[in-house]
Write a protein that binds this ligand. Structure first.
Ligand SMILES: [Zn+2]
Ligand SMILES: [Zn+2]
Length: 258
C-alpha cells in the first residue's frame, strides 16, 4: 500500500532487490557498501544491520510541507501542527526518511568523501519517487548548489551526485542554480528571520531555459530548517519555473516520540 505522501517502505526485500540492481557485476563475497561487512548477494548493496538502520529511519507518514513524521490525520491543507505558521516557497516536500541513527551516518559519509554511497542513496531516492503520486509531474531535477570554494574543498557537490544517481525515468538533471555567495551553516535554533537572511540573495538561476514553464524538483541531501530549499524555490519561481517540489534524503529536527 502506498500512502498519500509516498511512503517508501513496502518491504525491505523488495527495496534491497531494487538497490542491488546495477551492482550484480561485483564478485562474491560482496561487502556491505556502508560498513564493509561480508554480505550475501541477495541482500543487495548493504548488510542486514545497515538495512535495519535504513528501515528504522524511512518508515511512516510525514508532513508534505515540513517533512517531519506525522500521522496523515494531523495534516490539513498540506500543513501539520509543526509547520502551520511557517512559509516555504516550494509546493511540496518528498523525502526518504528522518536524519537519525545509521541513515544519518550514511548521509554524513556520503558528504565527507564516500561518494560511492551514491549507489545506495540514489536508487533509494528513486525508489521513493517511484511510489509517490507527484513523481509523474517532475520534468527536471535541479541540485542545490555549493559555493565554488566549498566545492573545490570537498571535490564534489553531494546534491549533484545524488541528483545524477537518481536515474529516474530519464528525467534530466540541470545545474540551473548557482550559489553567488557563501552562507553560514543554517542555525537550526536561530530565528526564522535569521535563517532567511542567511540565504537571501545567495542563489541565482544560470540556465533559465532549462526550468522555464517546467515542474522542477530541487534535490538536496538533508533538509534542516528548510530556509535554503525555500530560497532555491523562490529564485526558481522568479525565473519562470511552473511548480517547485523538493526532494531530500532526510529531514533533520524530528522530535522523537516517547
Ligand atoms: Zn553494513
Ligand atoms: Zn509540517
Amino acid at each position: 500500500m502506498k500512502g498519500p505522501y509516498g511512503k517508501m517502505v513496502d518491504g525491505g526485500q523488495r527495496l534491497a532487490r531494487v538497490l542491488g540492481e546495477g551492482t550484480g557485476h561485483l564478485l562474491w563475497p560482496r561487502l556491505c557498501l556502508n560498513c564493509k561487512t561480508p554480505t550475501p548477494v541477495n541482500q543487495g548493496t548493504l548488510c542486514q544491520s545497515c538495512w535495519g538502520d535504513i528501515l528504522a529511519c524511512t518508515a511512516g507518514q510525514y508532513c508534505p510541507t515540513c517533512g517531519l513524521d506525522v500521522s496523515e490525520y494531523a495534516v490539513f491543507d498540506r500543513r501539520c501542527p509543526q509547520c502551520v505558521n511557517e512559509r516555504f516557497h516550494f509546493d511540496q516536500l518528498l523525502r526518504c526518511g528522518v536524519y537519525d541513527l545509521g541513515f544519518r551516518d550514511m548521509i554524513l559519509a556520503f558528504k565527507n568523501g564516500r561518494t560511492e554511497m551514491d549507489a545506495v542513496l540514489g536508487p533509494m531516492a528513486g525508489h521513493m519517487l517511484q511510489g509517490h503520486p507527484l513523481a509523474g509531474e517532475i520534468e527536471v531535477f535541479v541540485p542545490v548548489p555549493l559555493h565554488w570554494t566549498r566545492r573545490m574543498g570537498r571535490g564534489y557537490n553531494q546534491a549533484q551526485l545524488l541528483a545524477r544517481a537518481l536515474r529516474f525515468r530519464g528525467i534530466p538533471v540541470s545545474i540551473a542554480l548557482k550559489r553567488k555567495r557563501r552562507t553560514l551553516p543554517q542555525p537550526v535554533a536561530g530565528s526564522v528571520g535569521a535563517r532567511r537572511r542567511n540565504v537571501e540573495g545567495a542563489f541565482a538561476v544560470g540556465r533559465p531555459a532549462s526550468i522555464q514553464g517546467r515542474c522542477v524538483c530541487v534535490v538536496d541531501d538533508i533538509k534542516t530548517t528548510g530556509a535554503t530549499l525555500s530560497e532555491c524555490a523562490r529564485i526558481l519561481r522568479q525565473a519562470g519555473a511552473k511548480r517547485v517540489y523538493v526532494l531530500v534524503l532526510a529531514v533533520a529536527g524530528q522530535r522523537s516520540v516517547g
